[in-house]
Ligand binder design. Structure first.
Ligand SMILES: Nc1ncnc2c1ncn2[C@@H]1O[C@H](COP(=O)(O)OP(=O)(O)OP(=O)(O)O)[C@@H](O)[C@H]1O
Length: 572
């Protein structure tokens, strides 16, 4: 790859006429979106480039267009490393059918003869394909593919490597894939082949990780705001199971029962049950999750894309590569595990630029599912600490009672913006809470909670709700039987209501004073216990230095489930 810098936003480069022609004739588009031209110029000039664009921003064009520019130095085959088979399938079909661009894919599912044809083409003196989509696993394991790529590189017919969904490289991304983290060998093996990494989700940490793992320090970094002005963000208390369900149905019906949307659930079972229940209520839905076989998944995704039914109820397995422009709502039936994931999932709404709503139902108890997954180690191979930090950031976002949601979300991705940008397109900006009460807890009150835990003879099996009851001096059986009512600190917060004490404990968890852990109890039952995270002595020390620990937060006493903001929405 070259280190020569050119002006990326100009159109006076040797290839510029061809680029304009390709945009108009092959892609039938009139102008570039933010950073597309810059990414194209960077890669055509031989530079490595990191592209951070919101979902639906038009990342594909950044590498598909240069792949057909074949008259200049970096020509030949563009290799696209993509994590998902369905994504490859759709992209290749669209390239070949709609644009007449020679493209194909190589994955574990194609036949031996197709594979042979591809290898022959790569090894020919003038390969016919412009784009080859491959999985990172293929790159890792196939000797024939690697020798074909080396041969192409030697003959200067390897135009570039594209790493799509590059956040999969980072343990801090929301979809870490260990095989992606091995892609660093590309730079060492193919010194002169430009790399392009694209993602829609990247905090500073993820971005640094991607660049470090791929060894593309000094690359062009093209970033743009994560602000999606047509999306409305809402967080709604779940309430009871019935309220939650009724609200979801009312919400969808209010938009029109044929309105296109996605509902994300945490489990496969929830997806199936909810899809059936919605369909029974007149909202035509189907479900999608990772336990379905590949063909069923593909069939369901395509049926939804074609508009055969409007609502897809899915786990996060329904994700990358969904290119449906008219998604008017994305509902999270429960809180997701991270803001990175949340942003990515909500980003599938309103890709046509028209208004769309992102509604999340929240209950702190949703964290129990995520903590259990973390402990089982079945979600992703990140450290539990990393996952906990991400989960706490997500909870912080949901627990917030006053700040503009858009500001909170953008701040998480490192963008400081004014709430004026929101234009009342979030629940807090559109209908500010009317009954806000600020609750301040003194150091002594906090210590009473901590003391309760520390002096509890059976402290390791106290759940959050039990602790709330103990703080409030409740005398239920579980407490009196264990003699927990005789502990120091018991009943010290009796003058607060349940909701307030619960909020306090959540704040103590978010501030790292308490923690929740999953324990395997009898009959391998899993339950969450509260533990003291910061040693009591440490808390006291802080006080001796005069740093009084105070916790304060707001509670909206007027919050009613039936007083929710309904955003204006274009039903057409
Ligand atoms: N310059 C442009 N002008 C108009 N439409 C465009 C332009 N570039 C891309 N698009 C359209 O925007 C939509 C989204 O593009 P694309 O699928 O590349 O987004 P993406 O950034 O890859 O999204 P995701 O992260 O969800 O994969 C597509 O329908 C595409 O045709």
């Amino acid at each position: 790859m070259t280190t020569n810098r050119i002006n990326l936003s100009e159109q006076n480069h040797p290839w510029s006429r061809d680029v304009t022609k390709a945009l108009q004739q092959s892609f039938r588009l009139t102008q570039f979106r933010t950073n597309q031209l810059e990414a194209i110029n960077a890669t055509l000039s031989g530079r490595d480039v990191f592209v951070l664009m919101p979902t639906g921003g038009g990342k594909s064009l950044c590498y598909q267009l240069p792949s057909i520019i074949q008259r200049y130095e970096h020509r030949g085959v563009t290799i696209v490393i993509s994590p998902l088979l369905s994504l490859m399938h759709d992209q290749v079909a669209q390239l070949v059918k709609s644009r007449g661009i020679p493209a194909t894919f190589l994955n574990g599912e194609i036949s031996a003869s197709q594979r042979q044809w591809i290898m022959n083409d790569l090894n020919s003196s003038k390969p016919s394909m412009n784009l080859l989509y491959i999985t990172p696993e293929q790159l890792q394991s196939s000797t024939s593919l690697n020798s074909a790529l080396s041969s192409l590189a030697q003959r200067q017919l390897l135009a570039r490597f594209v790493i799509d969904e590059a956040h999969c490289i980072s343990q801090w991304g929301h979809d870490f894939r260990p095989v992606y983290s091995k892609l660093g060998f590309l730079r060492s093996r193919y010194h002169n082949v430009p790399l392009m990494a694209l993602t829609a989700t990247a905090t500073q940490i993820v971005q640094r990780d991607i660049i470090a793992v791929l060894k593309i320090q000094g690359c062009e970094i093209l970033k743009q705001s994560f602000h999606r002005k047509n999306l409305t963000y809402q967080v709604i208390d779940k309430g009871s199971k019935k309220q939650h369900m009724d609200d979801m149905k009312d919400f969808i019906t209010s938009l029109g029962s044929s309105t296109v949307g996605i509902i994300y659930c945490l489990t496969t079972k929830q997806c199936e049950t909810l899809a059936k229940e919605l369909t029974a209520s007149g909202i035509k839905s189907d479900y999608y999750h990772g336990d379905l076989d590949m063909n069923t998944r593909l069939r369901k995704q395509q049926a939804w894309q074609r508009g055969e039914f409007p609502v897809m109820v899915a786990t996060i397995a329904f994700g990358m590569g969904i290119d449906k422009a008219d998604v008017r709502f994305v509902v999270h039936e429960s809180m997701p595990a991270s803001l990175e994931g949340y942003y990515q999932e909500t980003g599938r709404a309103g890709r046509d630029g028209k208004p769309a709503v992102c509604r999340m139902y929240y209950s702190y108890s949703d964290t129990h599912f995520h903590r259990t997954m973390m402990t089982k180690g079945s979600s992703q191979r990140k450290t539990v600490k990393q996952q906990c930090e991400q989960l706490h950031a997500m909870v912080n976002y949901c627990e917030d009672q006053t700040e503009c949601r858009r500001c909170l979300l953008l701040a998480y991705f490192g963008e400081q913006v004014s709430s004026n940008l929101c234009q009342k397109q979030c629940d807090h900006c559109s209908s500010p809470a009317t009954g806000l009460t600020m609750h301040t807890f003194t150091s002594d009150e906090i210590k009473s909670v901590v003391t309760l835990l520390e002096f509890s003879s059976d402290g390791n099996s106290i759940t959050l709700l039990q602790l709330v009851d103990m703080c409030r001096g409740m005398k239920n059986k579980a407490i009196t039987e264990k003699g927990l009512n005789r502990l120091n600190g018991y009943g010290k917060l009796a003058h607060f209501d349940k909701r307030t004490v619960e909020r306090l404990l959540v704040q103590l968890i978010l501030k790292g004073i308490l923690d929740e852990r999953v324990t395997g109890g009898k009959y391998s039952h899993i339950y969450i216990r509260v533990i003291l995270f910061i040693a009591f002595s440490l808390l006291k020390k802080k006080n001796r230095r005069g740093k009084q620990l105070m916790i304060f937060f707001f509670i909206d006493s007027n919050y009613r489930l039936d007083q929710r903001y309904q955003p204006p929405i274009n039903k057409s």
